[in-house]
Design a protein around this ligand. Sequence first.
Ligand SMILES: Cc1cc2nc3c(=O)[nH]c(=O)nc-3n(C[C@H](O)[C@H](O)[C@H](O)COP(=O)(O)OP(=O)(O)OC[C@H]3O[C@@H](n4cnc5c(N)ncnc54)[C@H](O)[C@@H]3O)c2cc1C
Length: 415
Amino acid sequence: MTIPHTVPVAVVGAGPYGLAVAAHLTGRGVRPRVLGVPMESWRTRMPAGMFLKSLPRASSISDPAGRYRLADFRAASGLPPVGDCYAVPLDEFVRYGEWFQRACVPEVERAAVVGIERVRDGFRLTLDTGEVFGARAVVLAGGFPPYARVPEVLRPLVEAGLASHTADHADLAKFGGRRVAVIGAGQSALESAALLHEAGAEPVLVARTGELLFGEPPASEDPADRPWPVRLAKPGSPLGPGWSFTAFSRATGAFRTLPDATRARLVRTVLGPAGGWWLRERLEGRFPVLTGHELLTAERTGGDGGPDGGDGGVRLGLRGTTPELEVDHVLAATGYRVDVGRLDYLSPELRGTVDRRNGGAPRLSAGFESSVPGLHFAGLSAADTFGPLMRFVCGTGFAARRISRSVAAGPAGSR
Ligand SMILES: Cc1cc2nc3c(=O)[nH]c(=O)nc-3n(C[C@H](O)[C@H](O)[C@H](O)COP(=O)(O)OP(=O)(O)OC[C@H]3O[C@@H](n4cnc5c(N)ncnc54)[C@H](O)[C@@H]3O)c2cc1C
């Protein structure tokens, strides 16, 4: 197969991980071709009005010199410095990411990769523009959207517009005046329910857990101001205070050496469902919360459906003290499950060849390379290998350093 033009490496995705990897590759003298719309997931897959749960100091995208942190963006924009008690608004973070992109990765091409196949010396990529080109290495940094998980019982309702995943919405205000069941107990469920309520909708939160959990407000703006016994008992880390979080943040490379089952359990349970401390007052006593309730069935009532749900509704069957609930829409805040099989831009041959573990996550080398030489995965896809840090922006430094080193050391970097 003849490929018109071959580049050393293509980075698929221009969110925090794609941008960080591209910046570090450039820093090592390897010029990547970067495809994707900068910060698209944050603009189109998260609800307007959202705040970041991560602290400002844990919300910086990594560049090789550490000169383009969130704090640097705020300073450059004439905004005052902030500490741990400041919740970063979504729109500020999007502006920060776009500022980072303009400064560190100006060459981003706003195109989508629609096909990746393996060829003799690397990969053949097809863009939505119709362009075809070759790359000796590929870094997949396509983020969380392809992995959105909707409970089986809700799937038939999705097509009818009566159920959706939180990742389908950038604006929850469109549900104003409607009854919406929000399924889940994590940050996304809690914040979506609060935003729905504030937009004039009637949310009902349905959670399996016996009680809703919220983080503790930070004891001070600067962790260094905390008394030393507190710092010793619960050292600060980008993932939060505590020794286990410190281990996941500092010994990230060691996570990979744990047995498959242990890694799967830790990925599932560490940083389990809980809302940011600042969400508590926006929820408690404001709308019905059905804790200890499990979703069993979901059936359509009335109306003829259609893409916007028509005038029909949904009857939910629950295990719990409220066995039935009638709503206009069901919002699944039920998280994400990594499965390479869901990356439909990978050729069937590639999807079938990548060695997978724990339900479909790629098995990765210390340099984030999959079992297919030259094919790297960044971000959420790497959480099964490197642990919870990969679910957050604070993991971009670790990932980008390792990936750029691995790519530069391979055939791509040596040319
Ligand atoms: C509701 C919500 C709240 C969150 N809050 C926080 C938080 O407070 N702090 C935190 O650290 N993390 C948070 N996260 C996690 C956050 O999503 C990740 O930390 C971060 O987005 C990972 O960056 P990424 O680059 O891997 O993926 P993404 O940000 O998803 O970026 C993926 C990029 O790839 C592009 N892309 C995808 N497919 C293709 C393709 N085929 N061709 C070209 N481009 C493609 C997309 O357009 C996008 O630009 C949150 C997640 C959710 C869902």
